[in-house]
Design a protein around this ligand. Structure first.
Ligand SMILES: [Zn+2]
Length: 341
């Protein structure tokens, strides 16, 4: 029975979540209170790492101050890919030298990107505290990341060597079981992890809400309904990408029909972005807008609880999900009704 698991793991190792410490550690003066540690992916971005870290530290400090929340530190990883910006696990991932569609990023674009990614960090921490299944997922994710890292580093190279030398999957597994006393425990731990496929549903449920919150944080912080739209495109951005970017605007009327086929969590809740844009105009003070942000955050808690319990039964029956079957109209309508209350 282990044989199939090992085969599965060999395939799975191709998709291993990137661990926080991937890359080399670097110390940078002036960071520490928010950016807890800094990694650079390759030597080509080594001399950019501290520059980026200081920019993150400065921007995140302004943001936390604006939101009146105490900072929760996070690691930063600086990578070579020039248009990279992400929040993975607990880690903020940013390009060493950001370039967007052949155009060098402006300071505004870089700062908006940082604020958006820190927005992900803020909502993630809030959801871990306030949603049981997300707290469970967070522990599961950490456990899985560690186990797969251990698998990839301690066992996979030898397993692949055995296979290359002509052993079948079964023979290689048996050989490893007899040679390493800890191998069976490793497999048991991985089997336990693989017996929770519904955990893969969790990010699909939260992603559209995460993106909405991260964009809304940026819109309110920069006092600009189009800040995220501006930050992700240039005059050279091709039309095919613009279809995904325009619905990020909070000032235009985003329609359900134009986003239905995109299957992109950044745009799933775009109709509600339009409505929030109107609310922001009607509530011009910082106090009113922070209240609105908190209101949206609390609605998000209700919504992901609702959609997780709605989808988890059918997920367990089908065995997969991949974001299909999202009722975009319902998702937007439910938030609208709550905001109108
Ligand atoms: Zn995002």
């Amino acid at each position: 029975m282990y044989r199939f698991l090992v085969l599965f793991l060999v395939l799975r190792s191709l998709f291993t979540p990137v661990s926080a410490d991937k890359g080399k550690l670097i110390q940078c003066a002036g960071t520490s209170s928010i950016v807890s540690s800094i990694y650079y992916e390759k030597d080509s971005v080594k001399d950019k790492a501290c520059e980026r870290a200081l920019e993150v530290e400065r921007t995140a400090a302004k943001l936390y101050d604006f939101l009146k929340v105490s900072p929760k530190p996070f690691p930063l990883r600086v990578v070579e890919k020039s248009d990279e910006a992400a929040h993975e696990g607990d880690t903020l991932v940013l390009a060493g030298a950001p370039v967007l569609d052949g155009v060098k990023d402006s300071e505004m674009m870089r700062e908006a990107t940082i604020v958006h990614e820190v927005g992900h960090h803020i909502i993630k921490e809030y959801l871990i505290k306030n949603v049981d299944f997300i707290r469970e997922y967070d522990q599961f994710y950490k456990k899985r990341t560690l186990a797969l890292k251990k698998w990839n580093e301690d066992y996979l190279p030898e397993y692949e060597r055995l296979q290359r030398s002509g052993k079948s999957a079964e023979e290689a597994t048996d050989f490893m079981l007899s040679k390493h006393p800890s191998f069976e425990n490793m497999l048991k731990e991985l089997m336990e992890i693989n017996s929770r496929p519904e955990m893969d549903l969790v990010p699909y449920v939260w992603m559209p809400y995460h993106e909405l919150f991260a964009d809304l944080v940026a819109v309110i912080f920069f006092k600009d309904l189009d800040v995220m739209f501006k930050a992700i495109h240039t005059e050279k951005t091709p039309e095919i990408k613009m279809k995904f970017y325009r619905p990020r605007s909070f000032s235009r009327e985003n329609k359900t029909e134009e986003i239905r086929g995109l299957n992109d969590p950044h745009t799933t809740l775009s109709p509600i972005r339009s409505y929030l844009g109107q609310l922001i105009k009607k509530n011009p003070t910082q106090g009113q807008q922070l209240e609105l942000l908190n209101r949206v955050r609390d609605i998000i808690v209700e919504e992901i609880n609702y959609f997780y319990s709605k989808h988890v039964t059918s997920f367990q029956k089908m065995g997969n999900y991949k974001g299909k079957g999202l009722d975009i109209t319902l998702m937007n309508m439910r938030i609208l009704e709550k905001l109108e209350d």
